[in-house]
Write a protein that binds this ligand. Structure first.
Ligand SMILES: C[S@@+](CC[C@H](N)C(=O)[O-])C[C@H]1O[C@@H](n2cnc3c(N)ncnc32)[C@H](O)[C@@H]1O
Length: 342
């Protein structure tokens, strides 16, 4: 699925305002207290930041890589003078970002992955096959666009992206069709790409998902380096959180959730055979988190009814222990490795 969500409340002529997903569950996991400093690594429309600031007399350092989200968030910062710092950047570098703010450790980190409703529902951003627009998909509005990718990579490279990041079984056929079509004219719009994919896959009558769903997800994840970012963000949060601090992560599709699941599993169980290791090694591998829930939390039916884009959300949350942070191992976390650079 495409990982964006937020109910359809579009004001006439504008994109829908993002509705925060599993807000009360995330707040419950973070447990903000007076004097705490919490990182909201995916500010978006500021739904989580606002609720955290209202829940306790704490501070929020909010990060978003989308300059439009950061600019729109200035109004919220003005509502909470001196309590909301908004930074344009990537959450994969949150420890450097937070340290540049003069803060060494924090009490909580929230990550709400994927794209916001503002991004998904704004045709100009090119994230959705449901809206005709330029084939863009860049969260940060910098670097190569999805159109650059589909018009320049080889068929083999496109197939690798679509297979590994979209888990699409017909990736080679789709890549071949893209290369054949661009030989006539460059592929420049979301509709052009979704039509190419739909022609290859056809559409079964009972199919709930649009045939282009997986291909669009794959290009978006590749272009924005989203899965590597997730692994780096989890690892940065592990370094930043003080003992007793909370990490809450909301995922929206299986590739994201696998990374979060493996991260929390590897950090919450003692390494095999650690009883027989020298003290210093056992200490380095000691659990750095205690899970708050054994299984991920899912949204309730009433939230899904009100906000259908919440339906695939999974919340995983844990409390930091005093053990040292572990090293980052992308392949152990299940981050798909792409064999060529961007
Ligand atoms: C689902 S929205 C967050 C919505 C937010 N929780 C709210 O309640 O309004 C995800 C946001 O995270 C941002 N984002 C995604 N990946 C990011 C990254 N690696 N670093 C910083 N921001 C990121 C996107 O630009 C988007 O604005």
């Amino acid at each position: 699925m495409m990982a964006g969500r937020g109910a359809h409340m579009a004001a006439v002529g504008g994109p829908a305002r993002h509705i925060p997903v599993m807000l009360s569950e995330v707040l419950h996991a973070l447990e903000p207290k007076s004097g705490a400093i919490i990182v909201d690594g995916t500010f978006g429309a500021g739904g989580y930041s606002k609720a955290i600031l209202e829940a306790a007399d704490c501070e929020v350092i909010a990060i978003d890589r989308d300059p439009e989200a950061v600019a729109a968030g200035r109004a919220l910062a003005a509502e909470f003078p001196g309590r909301l710092r908004l930074v344009a950047g990537r959450f994969g570098a949150m420890d450097e970002i937070v340290k540049r703010q003069g803060v060494e450790t924090v009490d909580g980190v929230a990550l709400d992955l994927g794209v916001s409703s503002m991004q998904l529902d704004e045709p100009e951003r090119g994230f959705s096959f449901m809206k005709e627009g330029p084939l863009d998909m860049r969260m940060s509005k910098e670097g190569p666009s999805a159109s650059d990718i589909v018009n320049t990579l080889s068929a083999g490279e496109l197939a690798e992206i679509i297979c590994k990041l979209g888990e699409e079984g017909r990736s080679h056929a789709i890549a071949k069709a893209i290369v054949a079509r661009r030989a006539e004219a460059p592929i420049e719009t979301t509709k052009e790409l979704s039509d190419i994919v739909a022609r290859v896959l056809g559409r079964k009558r009972d199919e709930a998902k649009h045939p282009a769903t997986r291909t669009f997800q794959a290009l978006r994840l590749y272009l924005n380096d989203e899965l590597d970012e997730l692994a780096r963000g989890l690892s940065a949060a592990e370094r930043l959180l003080k003992a007793g601090g909370r990490l809450a992560v909301v995922t929206f599709h299986s590739l994201e959730d696998r990374i979060a699941k493996r991260f929390f599993a590897s950090r919450s169980t003692p390494a095999r055979g650690s009883r027989h290791l020298p003290d210093s090694t056992a200490q380095a591998l000691a659990p750095s988190f205690r899970l708050l829930n054994r299984h991920p939390i899912e949204p309730n039916q009433s939230e899904i009814r009100q906000n259908p884009r919440a339906r695939s959300a999974r919340l995983r949350a844990a409390e930091r222990t005093a053990a040292p942070a572990h090293g980052l191992d992308l392949s152990a976390l299940g981050v798909p490795q792409i064999s060529f650079g961007m």
